[in-house]
Design a protein. Structure first.
Lengths: 306, 306
């Protein structure tokens, strides 16, 4: 058996080690020295079209939770696609979102700034009353929702299929429109998969439905956000603060106007981290299941894109 | 019935309103125009000795969770002392601690700094593996412990009497010494009541038991911390980061060396906020109970000091 890892710009040394520790008999090749006879490809931001050069592919696994980079490829129908659903990945996302939400809720930047000028100013701005709306209620969306509910925030989710999450108000697209949904929240978190239907979903039309001075947090994909519309929404007061962890081009160019903008906080795609050991275990388990004609872990519906 | 509120420097307008809304018949006077015939005093940082001028006192309630400012007074034995245990107070503390812990765990300051210089640097420093020790496991300590456990942190508590908290390792002073306790954690949170036994408990002797590069968070009272010992612990590497919300003198003087110190983060006593409406309700309920010879809500053992 042969695995090819195609993840340009990513350090995959640890992943290779974990695969070899779990099964020393497996041959692993890594882009750009990947072997085209591999039956499994583990991919992240692979060069477009590269996957079609493989002749024996049976399984393509994303190295993360998202699969838009796989679903856009023209793969033979019998090739299975899966993704990583990793408790560590979800937990690091949960921690990131809790941090960012609390940073805004407590106006923490004001205190950080006041540290530099020896200034004691309690509650210069009142703490914010947040009503948090989460777009996307997959594994991560649900865990994030529960964690924020545990902190006694009011939390609402919006997804294609309605979910049952204790303490959380869950809506689906058949309950109400996305505009109606966002009109009822003042902190909007995007955790959607990127599909043709969700691309550009964070646009000025949607932002206009938010109450004034809302918070936007995008931890899904850069392709969800229409960048110029964020500036428009800030200028017209719908959005007071945006925290972005994902971008159309990564790394974000140093000349991009998002940088150093007083209403925009940038983090360099660090919200969640795939645990390489867990990823290796999931891919190997899936290959075993494939051989035994069993249903895969975290298989992706290529039509739906998630 | 007459209530005197003695809380110099605090805005108590809202508290007075809530008391009047709940019972319009009650006379409320506020320091420095307080009436000395009041039977209830609600106090916060009252001038020392002032309480002994009251002749009809039956109940002294703290305006917050701490009561060290009451227990230091020489009050007649029959005067009851109570404090505010308010779900909103605990929740704002929970939010604050979660924010600060995550801020350090994710090295968030680095990302905030990189925003200002257009720099994309993921994981310049690896995220921290935190083992969190909480000194004090009263209502707040327990809620904080649970909230951090919910985020999948390893959490230990240390208190006089051992508590049962699901998922949390709870120790008492009869299980192990405080030095042994802190040697097993690298993020120490002080939530102790201030009593003669806990004053100056955060001292160099204790800090030396911490693993190198530990985090200290003090949200209890300034009197717990020996200020010069914090500098010593930072210089000798035991503490890499300290976040302080409470100080011996508040407001902290603009010339204090804590300010603008790269290893110390100051917040101006904003970790938890008493909800004035809840405080009013608790005090009035306690007065009713006192009249009916019922046991009080959140009564304080004046000997123990909590």
């Amino acid at each position: 058996m042969s695995i090819a890892i195609i993840a340009p710009g990513r350090n995959t040394v640890e992943l290779v080690e974990h695969i070899h520790n779990m099964d020393p008999g497996i041959e692993v090749s890594v882009y750009p020295n990947h072997k085209l006879d591999a039956s499994i490809a583990i991919v992240w931001n692979q060069p477009e079209g590269l996957l079609t050069e493989f002749k024996n592919l049976e399984l393509v696994s994303s190295l993360g939770a998202g699969v838009e980079h796989i679903c856009r490829e023209e793969l033979a129908e019998q090739i299975k696609v899966s993704r990583i659903v990793d408790p560590d990945l979800s937990n690091s996302m949960v921690k990131y979102i809790n941090l960012v939400v609390l940073h805004y809720q407590k106006n923490f930047q004001l205190y950080l700034d006041n540290n530099k000028i020896n200034q004691w100013k309690p509650f210069e701005k009142p703490e914010r009353e947040l009503k948090i709306g989460i777009l996307g209620a997959g594994e991560m969306g649900q865990e994030v929702a529960i964690s924020l509910y545990n902190l006694e925030f009011e939390v609402l989710t919006y997804s294609n299929t309605k979910k049952e999450i204790t303490g959380v108000q869950s809506y689906s697209s058949s309950d109400l429109t996305i505009s109606d949904f966002v009109s009822g929240v003042n902190c909007l978190i995007c955790l959607l998969p990127l599909t043709p239907k969700t691309e550009n979903i964070l646009n000025f039309g949607l932002f206009q439905s938010l109450p004034k001075s809302s918070i936007l947090i995008n931890v899904a994909r850069g392709g969800h956000l229409v960048e110029e519309d964020l500036f428009k929404a800030i200028e017209s007061g719908y959005i007071s603060d945006a925290c972005l962890d994902v971008f159309r081009e990564e790394p974000l160019s140093a000349s991009h106007p998002f940088w150093n903008h007083e209403n925009i906080l940038i983090t360099p795609h660090i919200a969640s981290i795939t645990n390489q050991k867990n990823a290796a275990a999931i891919v190997l388990e899936n290959f075993k299941r494939l051989k035994n004609n069993q249903s895969l872990l975290f298989e992706v519906d290529r039509q739906k894109g998630y």
